[in-house]
Write a protein that binds this ligand. Structure first.
Ligand code: TPP
Ligand code: SF4
Ligand code: MG
Length: 284
């Protein structure tokens, strides 16, 4: 599998990125390991912002800590590298201070459903107009390979030499249960699809969550491009993402792991409600 990410293919990837029309978004070259799933997610985000014609001056990328947390360093626009697990509250402050900004939150599985797991439900239930890109590699990548809240039972890692005994959380079903108004899952091998779905997520008015299956090629030897490739499948063509219970059933499936938009609904955002209450208060 690693052969697919030879030095040549990395150079080809960089060259094709140079001609993809996303130059406006690129800053420093990513320092991730060659083949890391986070590359496709980053490029998918560049493409989405390009498609939506959002300018860097109107964009804020807020991240937590982790390999995933390095997004703001590799993108133009404003960026905040927050504390571990605290990207969502920081992004909440940014969005409330200036609702005109396009605010994208990026974090890992450890960051978002481990240490930061208490913030995710509240941003979702409040329907803040944020896009949350959750990069799930089922491991703590930056700290070199400890089990995370999405690691499967039995997984051997630096902190589980005899196999993980805790049951994994599923970020997609969590987002649905928390009341997120746009919930999707993608696989970082499919960059075009990543950018299509992230574009829809940013367009969505309200809290959108994109769960990205994003392999850590360095430290996770169990959850890999190959293992996911063998298990993923697009949602059925006739599926309509308008029923939370139907979405939950499909999002729970492990064979296959479905990809696509599970759920979307349009209700007032937190910012709209805040404006309404401010007007009411002014009227006395
Ligand atoms: C308060 C705090 N606790 C622990 C750490 C150490 N730490 C840094 S990144 C990380 C886990 C990152 O894993 P994940 O969020 O899955 O991101 P990945 O690196 O896999 O993309 C941990 C435990 C920290 N920086 N701050
Ligand atoms: S350690 Fe894993 S998550 Fe971090 S850059 Fe390398 S492959 Fe990616
Ligand atoms: Mg991780």
């Amino acid at each position: 599998m690693r052969n697919a990410y030879s030095k040549r293919s990395v150079i080809d990837g960089i060259n094709s990125a140079k001609t993809s029309g996303t130059q406006v978004w690129r800053d420093n070259l990513p320092t991730w390991c060659p083949g890391c799933g986070h590359f496709a997610a980053l490029h998918g985000l560049y493409e989405s912002l390009n498609i939506l014609k959002v300018s860097p001056k109107d964009t804020v990328l807020v991240s937590g800590i982790g390999c995933s947390g390095r997004f703001p360093f590799f993108s133009k626009g404003f960026g905040l590298h927050a504390l571990h697990g605290r990207a969502i509250p920081v992004a909440t402050g940014v969005k409330i201070a200036n609702p005109e900004l396009c605010v994208v939150v990026v974090g890992g599985d450890g960051d978002g459903v481990g240490i930061g797991g208490g913030h995710f439900p509240h941003a979702a239930r409040n329907n803040l107009d944020l896009t949350y890109i959750l990069l799930d590699n089922s491991i703590y990548g930056l700290t070199k390979g400890q089990i995370s809240p999405t690691s499967p039972v039995g997984m051997v890692s630096a902190t589980s030499p005899y196999g993980n005994i805790a049951h994994p959380l599923n970020p997609t079903t969590l987002a649905l249960a928390y009341g997120a108004t746009f919930v999707a899952r993608v696989f970082s091998r499919e960059r075009q699809f990543v950018s299509e779905i992230v574009t829809q997520a940013i367009r969505h008015q309200g809290f959108s969550m994109v769960h990205v299956l994003s392999p850590c090629v360095e430290f996770n030897k169990q959850i890999t491009y190959t293992s996911w490739q063998e298990t993923v499948a697009r949602l059925p063509d006739d599926y309509h993402p308008d029923d939370r219970n139907d979405a939950m059933k499909l999002a729970e499936s492990k064979h296959p792991i479905h990809l696509g938009v599970f759920f979307e609904s349009n209700i007032p955002t937190f910012e709209e409600e805040m404006k309404r209450i401010q007007q009411k208060a002014r009227q006395g």
